[in-house]
Design a protein around this ligand. Structure first.
Ligand SMILES: Nc1ncnc2c1ncn2[C@@H]1O[C@H](COP(=O)(O)OP(=O)(O)OP(=O)(O)O)[C@@H](O)[C@H]1O
Ligand SMILES: [Mg+2]
Length: 245
């Protein structure tokens, strides 16, 4: 088995009296894609946010390459937020700046690259997301799927080791969904590990090595996509059935 990149050990998290995670444990290996499924409000986004310290866990450990990171103060988290990139549910582009500036933003923030180097790197990312030459377009000129891909390019530009995708295909039509999933597949082929939070079961099955289901604060399923599809666990079955149109 490949090197363990990320380990969540016995995570507990509550918002007031609302207990969200009640002993969540997970491991993510190098190059692996993990699909994180669960009903609305089960705490999938909160779990991704906890991994990069945007949310603080109440109990448990988050370990990245053998190093515990859940206790780090805010000012020590930046390097980990570069190595573990979070691709937001909304795409979260800046509306008032163009595609080039959106994708280049982390480079201007975190590197001392020259303008020429940044231009090359952005062009390389645009090629990867199949939007070569679109530097000058504004987010409002793009389809929903293109916006998601630009958001993913920005999340990728600092060469992270892990990418956390929060519903990258939500709200997209089938053609745009396929484009986004194909991009995720290309990134996976480059060796990038990911956690893919989604309600889109077919996409998760297509992309992921392993499927995990979060239910009532715990992981109730953790196995291959095939075993997931054939599971006889009543909670898993109900979840699969309720996710169909
Ligand atoms: N910052 C917060 N303060 C208080 N409650 C929160 C906060 N963030 C999330 N919650 C609550 O925690 C629960 C889990 O939220 P979360 O957004 O993680 O769910 P989710 O599984 O991502 O749902 P969805 O599939 O709808 O995106 C919800 O009940 C939500 O209202
Ligand atoms: Mg969510």
């Amino acid at each position: 088995m490949n090197e363990v990149l990320l380990e969540l050990k016995n995570i507990h998290k509550a918002f007031g009296k609302n207990k969200i995670h009640q002993g969540v444990s997970l491991t993510l290996h190098k190059g692996e894609s993990l699909g994180l499924l669960g009903g609305s409000g089960t705490g999938k986004s909160a779990l991704l946010r906890s991994i990069i310290g945007l949310e603080r866990i109440d109990q448990g450990e988050i370990i990245f390459k053998g190093e515990r990171i859940d206790h780090l103060p805010e000012n020590k988290l930046t390097p980990y937020r570069i190595r573990i990139s979070y691709s937001f549910q909304s795409g979260a582009l800046f509306d008032s700046i163009n595609v080039f500036e959106n994708i280049a933003y982390p480079l201007f923030e975190h590197t001392i690259f020259s303008y020429a180097q940044i231009k090359d790197r952005v062009a390389e990312m645009l090629k990867l997301i199949d939007l070569s030459g679109k530097e000058e377009l504004m987010p409002s000129d793009l389809s929903g799927g293109m916006q998601k891909r630009v958001g993913m390019a920005r999340a990728m530009i600092l060469n992270p080791e892990i990418i956390l995708y929060d519903e990258p295909t939500a709200g997209l039509d089938p053609a745009n969904t396929l484009n986004v999933v194909e991009l995720m597949q290309r990134l996976k082929e480059k060796g990038l590990a990911s956690i893919f939070v989604t309600h889109d079961i077919p996409s998760a099955i297509m992309l992921c090595d392993r499927i995990v289901v979060l239910h009532e604060g715990k992981i109730i399923f953790n196995d291959t996509p095939q075993k997931f599809q054939n599971s006889e666990d009543p909670v898993v079955r109900t979840f699969i059935m309720s996710s169909k149109d």
